[in-house]
Every structure is written in structure tokens, then in C-alpha cells.
Design a protein around this ligand. Structure first.
Ligand SMILES: Cc1ncc(COP(=O)(O)O)c(C=O)c1O
Length: 404
């Protein structure tokens, strides 16, 4: 039997630490194997199915013979037009759907392959810490160096990015790409249009490119539509010269398993991603594109309902955690997460130890903040993927755990 010679290293894969959301899998598997009723608030995996109207469109197109062929890698024209309609309706942006829009297999795929398309070893990327793992992982996998900036409720995003850009310049470097994400995972921080405009201006002045992840476009509890970089006060024609925005249907319409998102903006940046993708894939099953187009054109009420669902769950969980004795926890202004500072007894030991104990002792799972970067280690992230009765049961268990 042929074996792989031990000196054949796989440096790219081997250099990556375990993916954030698998780090607690062993602890979870153990309590489940012992028969425990684990309340798992770890992965931000929407629990509600998408409405039947969206699934019906998928079914209808699955029967059409031509649905089973290859189709344009940048995405079905009907879906790109629906994306153009979505942006025009909520953000007043007119997009050329042939050159400024590319459909991807979820925002995560779009971000990671954009990094592959645009970055080389030696490039410098400024990215948030803590962050959704691909924001630091995508650049690193592409060989770039990541300069983190603080993602915190009490620090203005533009100031944090400006400080990181200045650190790169001070050591003689030049930042090629800034990654930003508001509403932000994991902190649940949202931004006003003015705050986003200030960030866009800082990046524009630096000469770097900007990628803004707007995956939680519909989950801003302050504004019906979270601000877009193309509608923040900086003229859209200036922004489209150096920036793209990435959106997702996963959270807005509860379609995470469908893997559909899109990247819009700078023709050069969208073109680079489309070009790379023409080598890598032919997009996804075309009925998914038809159903996604339907959701973008007709799904506003669905997205609003989900937003209210997550807002109500956030209120329940935060009140329950406070009641249970968890100190300093505040309601998020967006997303589907509660970002809770570690209770004092756990601050020394860190978020991984705290979550492991929560799983083992309280049978409640969350995500350790350290999985989102070193800046997250003082926190635990709870995903709002259960209804209030189960969230309150989790809080009751947590109360007993805190009182031990
Ligand atoms: C900020 C952010 N971007 C992107 C994604 C992934 O989106 P998608 O399912 O479209 O890949 C997530 C998922 O949790 C996220 O939190």
C-alpha cells in the first residue's frame, strides 16, 4: 500500500489551528454520549427554516431540465438583477450587474476567495480582533500578514482602523486591504452611517482596498437596514473605486445551508474574484439562484420578522443571564449573538476553560471568545438559536453553575 512520505508537508493546511467552532466539539460529544440534554448556543446556525414560499421556488425550478446544466459562474442574471434591485431599493445604489456583482456560495466563500484572488505572501491586511474567523483566516491562508485592530463597543471603528494602519506605516509597510464587518460578529456592535463613513474615509485616504462584510444587513436593531458603505454619506462613486461589500442570505432569510451570498462594488475587485472563480467553480445549483432572487425581491417581511425574533431572544437571554448572576452583560445592538464578558472567577483561566466547564457542568454550550482572536479571550459568545423557554432553562443552569 502506498503511503504519503512523512516529509511531504501540507504547510497551508497544517499551519491552520482547528476551526473556531470545532474546538469544543469533543467536550460536547462527551456530554451528549453520556445522555445529557445539551443546550447548544455555540454556532450561529439559524434554527428556523426559510418560509415555504422560498422553498416552493426551489422545488419548481428543480423540475426544469435546464436547471441541471452548468450556468454562468458569476451567477444567474435573474439573481444578479434581484441583487441590483435590492441595493437600489434599500441603499439607492445603481449597480452594473454584469461587472459589479458576483454571486458566491455564501459570504464565507466570497471573502476567502477574494483574499486568494487579491493577496500574495508579504501583503498586509488590517482586520478586526475579535472577528468572524475568515476575516483573519482568509488573508492568512492567502499568505498575507494580518495587523489586527480592536473591535470593541467603546472604540470608534475609524479610530481603531486608523491606529492599525499607522502601525503598519510606522514599520515601513503598506496595507493592501482593510476588512470591516458591521454589524459585527462576535461583538454584536453596529455602526451609524456617520461612523461607517469615517471608517470608509480613513481607508480611502490610506490607499488600501476595503472589503466590508454586511452579512447582518437585516439584523441591526437600531436601523431597519444596517448601513452600507455605498450609502453612508461618502459618494458611492468614490467608494466603488476601491471597495466591495459582501452580503449573505444565510441570516436574513434563514438559509444558511443553501450557501448563497454575493459581492458587489469595485469592478476591478469583483472582476478579480469572478476570474478566480471561473477556474474554481460553476456556482451552485441554479434553482437556489431562482429562490434567492425571489427572497431578495419579496422577502423584506421575512427578514423583519427574523430581526424581531433575534431581538426578543437577545432581551430574554440578557435578562436571564443577569438574573442568574452573570455580571456586566448588555444587550447587543445587532446580530444574533450576545457577547458576554467572562464572570470574574473565570477571567484568569480564560474563555476556553470557562466554556468547557459550562458544557461539562451546566450542559450549556457557547463559543469561547478566544476562537474569534486573542482580543476575544475575555468573552463568551452565545448564539440566539433557541426560543425563550429554552434560553431561560439555559440561564437557570448557568445560575447554578455560577453559584457553585
Ligand atoms: C460576519 C459574518 N460573515 C459571514 C458569515 C457567513 O455567511 P455565509 O453563510 O453567507 O457564508 C457569517 C456567519 O456566521 C458571519 O457571521
Amino acid at each position: 500500500m502506498a503511503i504519503i512520505p512523512p516529509d511531504w508537508a501540507f504547510p497551508r493546511a497544517d499551519s491552520l489551528p482547528p476551526y473556531a467552532f470545532v474546538t469544543t466539539d469533543a467536550a460536547k460529544a462527551k456530554v451528549l454520549a453520556a445522555g445529557a440534554d445539551l443546550i447548544d448556543l455555540g454556532l450561529g446556525n439559524p434554527d428556523r427554516p426559510p418560509p415555504a414560499a422560498i422553498v416552493d421556488v426551489l422545488h419548481a425550478h428543480a423540475d426544469a431540465a435546464q436547471s441541471h446544466r452548468y450556468h454562468p459562474g458569476i451567477g444567474l442574471l435573474e439573481l444578479r438583477q434581484a441583487i441590483g434591485h435590492w441595493y437600489a431599493g434599500r441603499y439607492g445604489l445603481t449597480l452594473d450587474v454584469d461587472s459589479e456583482v458576483v454571486v458566491c456560495m455564501g459570504a464565507k466563500e466570497g471573502i476567502s476567495h477574494f483574499c486568494f484572488a487579491a493577496l500574495s505572501p508579504g501583503d498586509v491586511v488590517v482586520a478586526p480582533d475579535p472577528c468572524y474567523p475568515i476575516h483573519a483566516g482568509g488573508p492568512r491562508i492567502a499568505g498575507a500578514e494580518v495587523e489586527p485592530y480592536e473591535a470593541r463597543a467603546d472604540v470608534a471603528p475609524a479610530d481603531a482602523v486608523a491606529a492599525a494602519l499607522a502601525r503598519v506605516t510606522a514599520r515601513g509597510g503598506r496595507t493592501k486591504l482593510v476588512l470591516a464587518n458591521y454589524p459585527q460578529n462576535p461583538t454584536g456592535r453596529s455602526v451609524s452611517k456617520a461612523e461607517l463613513a469615517a471608517l470608509v474615509r480613513v481607508v480611502q485616504r490610506s490607499g488600501a482596498l476595503l472589503l466590508h462584510d454586511l452579512a447582518y444587513a437585516d439584523l441591526d436593531f437600531q436601523a431597519r437596514f444596517a448601513p452600507s458603505i455605498f450609502d453612508c454619506g461618502v459618494p458611492a462613486d468614490e467608494v466603488r473605486a476601491f471597495a466591495v461589500e459582501v452580503c449573505s442570505l444565510s441570516k436574513s432569510y434563514s438559509m444558511p445551508g443553501w450557501r448563497v451570498g454575493f459581492v458587489v462594488g469595485s469592478e476591478r475587485m469583483v472582476g478579480a474574484l469572478s476570474h478566480l472563480k471561473s477556474y474554481l467553480d460553476y456556482g451552485s445549483f441554479v434553482p437556489i439562484h431562482h429562490a434567492a432572487a425571489w427572497a431578495l425581491r419579496h422577502g423584506d417581511a421575512i427578514a423583519s420578522e427574523l430581526r424581531e425574533l433575534y431581538r426578543a431572544r437577545a432581551t430574554t437571554l440578557v435578562a436571564g443571564l443577569r438574573e442568574a448572576g452573570w455580571p456586566e452583560v448588555v444587550e447587543p445592538s445587532s446580530t444574533m449573538f450576545v457577547w458576554a464578558p467572562l464572570p470574574p472567577a473565570w477571567r484568569e483561566r480564560g474563555s476556553m476553560a470557562a466554556v468547557t466547564s459550562l458544557i461539562q457542568e451546566a450542559h450549556v454550550a457557547a463559543s469561547p471568545g478566544v476562537c474569534f482572536g486573542p482580543g476575544g479571550d475575555g468573552h463568551v459568545r452565545f448564539a440566539l438559536i433557541e426560543d425563550p423557554p429554552r434560553l431561560l432553562e439555559a440561564c437557570a443552569r448557568i445560575g447554578r453553575w455560577l453559584a457553585r
